[in-house]
Design a protein around this ligand. Structure first.
Ligand code: NAP
Ligand code: ZN
Ligand code: ZN
Length: 351
């Protein structure tokens, strides 16, 4: 099926219209008519080959929501018309310990990413959600609960699960003091989800202009990181720090803000390494950890949690023609708080 998409022809080139072929769904696959796709900073890192290499032309997009348009003969979990989502991966080996435990994102054979990856056992590149339809094995498809507006649900498929998973894994609980570093797509979901878990949330941001938004999103406090006093004032205050920053920055300064036995969780993945001092970790037995998205089971749990707690992303809906502009604005920290592509705009783009 010939399908309109937007692709980066090569590393760092602007995204432009491109046509891809989507296969007919095999027995266990569902074909999804994509309604909305969120724009993640990882799309920029990959379309610009900032993490090293990449498969080009690349069609980014891994915050996909839409409706089931067709199902393969053996599909049992979904029917035509269901509201569904697809996140950062579309397959994994299904046999390794990670897959058996439901943390497919850590598959020892490597997960098959929704884009910038190869379909398992083939040389066929995967293409993501900056397009109008996608075909995915039913075991890697999520059910989007009724009640979450669909455009505002899209970012949950990556930004939402990426912050939810480590909060659950490391045991964030009511009353904990948690700081979110960086108020972008992941950061604003971090604020909402941590609040829904009952944590006391402080936003640490380079953008003083985001203060009012941070409080409206549910943060209890906002502190600008450009002010050196912030690091003195908040020393030793937090049980958790959730670091969502996309660019290199000094981890050591933030580690000093943790209490004894506090945990700093890295989810932001800058393209450059940054020096780490042993001192702030040793003094206070602090932990520095990382986390990658979340498994299928946990992503469903997160979607259901968001439906119960009335959590959805704050978005700016854009036509696909504005995607290059959206990238530039994200790099400047000018996103409130997730760009979401209205995939109906592909029809207009090609008309
Ligand atoms: P985003 O919307 O662009 O937000 C990043 C935020 O970081 C910005 O809004 C800004 O917030 C802050 N920031 C940017 N440049 C900065 C700098 N030089 N110094 C300090 N702060 C800066 O990006 P996102 O989509 O949330 O993604 C964030 C990062 O997470 C990316 O690296 C992405 O690849 C990664 N990611 C990881 C996973 C995972 O599984 N671990 C999943 C998805 C994304 P302020 O204006 O508030 O300072
Ligand atoms: Zn992402
Ligand atoms: Zn596996």
């Amino acid at each position: 099926m010939s399908t309109p998409a937007y692709a980066a022809a090569e590393a760092k080139s602007l995204l432009a219209p491109w046509t891809i072929e989507r296969r007919a769904p095999a027995a266990h696959e569902v074909q999804i008519e994509i309604r909305y796709c969120g724009v993640c900073h990882s799309d920029i890192h990959q379309a610009r080959a900032e993490w090293g290499g990449g498969i080009f032309p690349m069609v980014p997009g891994h915050e996909i929501v839409g409706h089931v348009g067709a199902v393969g003969s053996a599909v049992s979990r979904f029917k035509v018309g269901d509201t569904v989502g697809v996140g950062c991966f579309v397959d994994s080996c299904r046999e390794c310990a990670a897959c058996r435990e439901g943390v497919e994102q850590y598959c020892s054979g490597g997960m098959t990413a929704t884009y910038n990856s190869l379909e398992r056992g083939t040389q066929q590149p995967t293409y993501g959600g900056y397009s109008t339809r996608v075909v995915v094995d039913e075991n890697y498809v999520l059910r989007v609960p009724a009640g979450i507006p669909l455009d505002r649900a899209a970012p949950l498929l990556c930004a939402g699960i990426t912050v939810y998973s480590p909060m659950r894994h490391y045991g964030v609980k009511a009353g904990d003091r948690l700081a979110v570093v960086g108020l972008g797509g992941l950061g604003h979901m971090g604020v909402k989800i941590a609040r829904a878990m009952g944590a006391h949330v402080t936003v640490l941001s380079t953008s003083p202009s985001k203060r009012d938004d941070a409080l409206k999103l549910g943060a209890d406090d906002f502190e600008p990181t450009g002010d050196k006093q912030t690091f003195k004032k908040l020393a030793g205050q937090f049980d958790f720090i959730l670091d969502t920053v996309s660019a290199p920055h000094d981890y050591n300064a933030y580690l000093g803000l943790l209490k004894r036995d506090g945990t700093m969780i890295l989810v932001g993945m800058p393209d450059q390494p940054t020096p780490l001092s042993a001192g702030p970790l040793i003094m206070g037995r602090r932990r520095l950890v990382g986390s990658l998205i979340g498994g299928i089971r946990e992503t469903q749990e997160m979607l259901d949690f968001c439906a119960v707690h009335n959590v959805a992303s704050d978005i700016e809906l854009i036509p696909i023609s504005k995607i290059n502009e959206a990238y530039e604005r994200m790099i400047k920290g000018d996103v409130r708080y997730r760009f979401v592509i209205d995939c109906a705009s592909f029809a207009k783009a090609s008309a």
